[in-house]
Design a protein around this ligand. Structure first.
Ligand code: ADP
Length: 156
């Protein structure tokens, strides 16, 4: 059984994440979307809200589970018997950063990372751009899944 974790901040989940998740679904029997808790990072939406947003999109998808985790991603993979880490690549900066992490994870935990290249329609989207637009009163509805808009408005 091929199972993977898609780790990230998802602060908030965007159409870029959705594109990667939807294209990864046929590749895996089980996909865990895991929100990493990093105590040094300042998030806009708290962990429970970010989980709620992802669940609002994927509540009808039996292959997907949404959880939070702390610690090393490879340890999370071993605890849950996951074979693969899924990541998206948008640009050369992503590649350089992800390359070192993927090679380290293979060395440390013998876990393979699978990369999907960003789609042309969503390659420019990042959670940080979405947060910036939202903070400044702009319209983010073209950048995030429609299901999360009511949650964002409630929290915002
Ligand atoms: P992190 O803090 O781990 O980078 P993010 O939520 O920003 O968390 O990203 C999680 C994953 O989603 C990363 O692999 C990132 O490259 C990918 N991703 C984010 N936005 C896009 C996008 N527009 N297209 C493809 N992949 C993306």
């Amino acid at each position: 059984m091929a199972s993977a974790v898609f780790p990230g901040s998802f602060d908030p989940i965007t159409l870029g994440h959705i594109d990667i998740i939807n294209r990864a679904l046929p590749l895996f029997d089980h996909l865990i979307i895991a929100i990493g808790i990093n105590v040094d990072k300042k998030y806009m939406f708290n962990t429970e809200t970010r989980i709620e947003m992802i669940k609002a999109v994927y509540h009808n998808e039996p292959k997907i589970q949404v959880v939070k985790y702390s610690g090393l991603t490879v340890d999370f993979c071993h605890q849950h018997q996951l074979n693969f880490i899924l990541r998206g690549l948008r640009n050369p900066a992503d590649f350089e950063f992800e390359k070192a992490i993927a090679q380290t994870n293979r060395k440390l935990g013998e876990v393979e990372t699978v990369f999907l290249l960003t789609g042309p329609e969503t390659s420019f989207i990042s959670s940080s751009i979405v947060r910036d637009i939202w903070r400044n009163g702009g319209d983010i509805s073209k950048l995030v899944p429609a299901e999360i808009m009511p949650i964002i408005k409630r929290k915002g």
